[in-house]
Design a protein around this ligand. Structure first.
Ligand SMILES: Nc1ncnc2c1ncn2[C@@H]1O[C@H](COP(=O)(O)OP(=O)(O)OP(=O)(O)O)[C@@H](O)[C@H]1O
Length: 285
């Protein structure tokens, strides 16, 4: 089956095989299409209840925000869990610019921040926790945390423990912990769904700003179509299981995107199209 080339659809040019080789090939890494960050080939995942993915192919472009949207239980979380190395798969290959996931720097934000943040650590220590694996000095770690805090432009008492923080502040800590390693790829599994609307808008705004500044390749799983479209460069629409790509829909409105974006004709057009594709899919027997 032909791979779904998100970049080719989003920005026009077709994939140019030769340019993916070069330095990475010399370093022993495998070939990947030019401009592509994550290459999924022949991915198969089965659970006891049946097949979720069968020979699934996908190319994720570098430096873009990709929203993943699809019917209930089609495997959105499973897809990012397999990509990020959290969950094994039966067969196939997932490469990051030709490298294995363990050779890449990734960040992951879970929906349930209460289970994700370490309750025994202050905000500062939660955020800098992954830095211990990078062998940085204490001063360098502190500088990274401060710089991240400045990028988010938010007031947060870093000496607080999670139980002393609101849900939104805990999720902010969890997001900052994922970003402090300067990940090449950030995975977000419904990061705002447990937060109130005000906090959701605030975090969407700040996170978007940081991601754009850093050009981090981002995969966002969202159940909220407004959110999925509003934040995305590309919306990846999935089918019912066995899951494959239903459609790839680019959205290139100017950034930063705000609630005002959601009333523009282009947003309404793209969202309506995504909804139509989604409804067609869920109505299938
Ligand atoms: N650990 C597991 N063991 C058995 N089946 C699983 C497991 N994890 C996921 N599944 C199956 O895979 C399907 C897809 O799960 P997943 O959470 O990835 O879907 P999703 O699209 O993110 O779902 P939702 O829209 O409900 O959030 C589920 O319906 C479930 O049947």
């Amino acid at each position: 089956m032909r791979a779904a080339h998100l970049q080719a659809v989003a920005s026009g040019p077709s994939v140019a095989p030769a340019q993916g080789v070069g330095a990475d090939a010399a370093a022993g890494h495998r070939w990947f299409p030019a401009g592509t960050h994550i290459t999924v080939r022949g991915l198969t995942k089965r659970f006891e209840g049946g097949t979720l993915y069968e020979n699934f192919d996908l190319d994720i472009p570098k430096g873009k925000i990709i929203s993943i949207f699809g019917p209930n239980g089609c495997g959105k979380s499973t897809l990012i869990n397999m990509m990020s190395g959290i969950m094994p798969y039966d067969s196939g290959q997932i490469l990051f610019e030709g490298k294995e996931v363990r050779e890449s720097r990734i960040g992951y934000v879970f929906q349930n921040y209460r289970e994700a943040v370490f309750p025994w650590l202050r905000a500062r220590d939660n955020i800098r926790y992954p830095l211990q694996f990078l062998g940085l000095s204490r001063a360098e770690c502190d500088a990274r945390v401060e710089s991240l805090l400045a990028s988010f432009d938010v007031k947060l008492d870093l000496n607080r423990y999670p139980y002393e923080m609101s849900g939104g502040q805990q999720q902010l800590v969890s997001i900052m912990r994922a970003l402090v390693v300067d990940p090449e790829v950030l995975f977000l599994d419904e990061p705002f769904s447990a937060l109130d609307y005000e906090m959701t808008l605030f975090l969407r705004d700040r996170l978007q700003k940081v991601l754009i500044e850093r050009q981090t390749t981002t995969l966002l799983v969202s159940h909220d179509l407004d959110e999925a479209v509003c934040l995305a460069d590309i919306v990846l629409l999935l089918t019912k299981r066995p899951t494959h790509v239903s459609e790839i829909v680019p959205f290139d409105a100017p950034r930063p995107r705000t609630v005002d974006t959601t009333v523009t004709p282009e947003f309404v057009r793209v969202k309506s199209h995504c909804l139509e594709v989604f409804q067609r899919e869920v109505r299938k027997p």
